[in-house]
Design a protein. Structure first.
Length: 167
């Protein structure tokens, strides 16, 4: 794990969350997504292009990206620009400013951030590990199995059960 990058990203998140209207979102929740996207800050994309969130270079929204590199990934002058672009993306897609990790993660995933059906579960697991706790109350990750449809259905059922108990 690259703690220097982690510290720089954490500082940028702390500084930029309030500026972009995300002061309620836990710092470690955003940091956990960065860890997921970069292999705990050791990927080639973050090392060579300061891309802390696996972001693609956008063409239809405001961005701090300096341009696209291989496969359309964004390149940034520094990690602070990467964090700011992430927050600009969240705002563009109307991701809510909420302290509830499940709501924030689901909104981000549903906005098209990732195609991996297990993305939300991976993200929340990393977040929980960073918090030194179990998964958020009422959230149960889907069971692992060979049938991807079963895993997706279990995940949706867990989310529905969580959502209905919050109403």
């Amino acid at each position: 794990m690259n703690t220097t990058r982690r510290d720089l990203i954490t500082d940028a998140i702390n500084q930029l969350r309030p500026v972009h209207g995300y002061s309620s979102v836990p710092v470690n929740l955003i940091l956990a997504q960065s860890a997921l996207e970069t292999g705990y800050w050791d990927s080639n994309l973050i090392a060579t292009h300061n891309n802390a969130f696996g972001m693609m270079h956008p063409v239809q929204r405001p961005t701090t990206s300096a341009g696209a590199v291989s496969a359309g990934f964004a390149s940034y002058a520094d990690l602070c620009n990467s964090v700011e672009d992430y927050l600009l993306r969240q705002k563009y897609f109307n991701i809510p400013n909420t302290a509830d990790p499940v709501t924030y993660v689901r909104a981000t995933v549903n906005s098209g951030y990732a195609t991996d059906p297990a993305y939300a579960d991976k993200w929340l697991t990393i977040y929980s590990q960073m918090q030194g706790s179990t998964l958020p109350p009422g959230y149960n990750p889907p069971a692992q199995g060979n049938n991807q449809n079963t895993v997706i259905l279990l995940g949706l059922a867990a989310f529905a059960a969580y959502y209905l108990t919050r109403k």
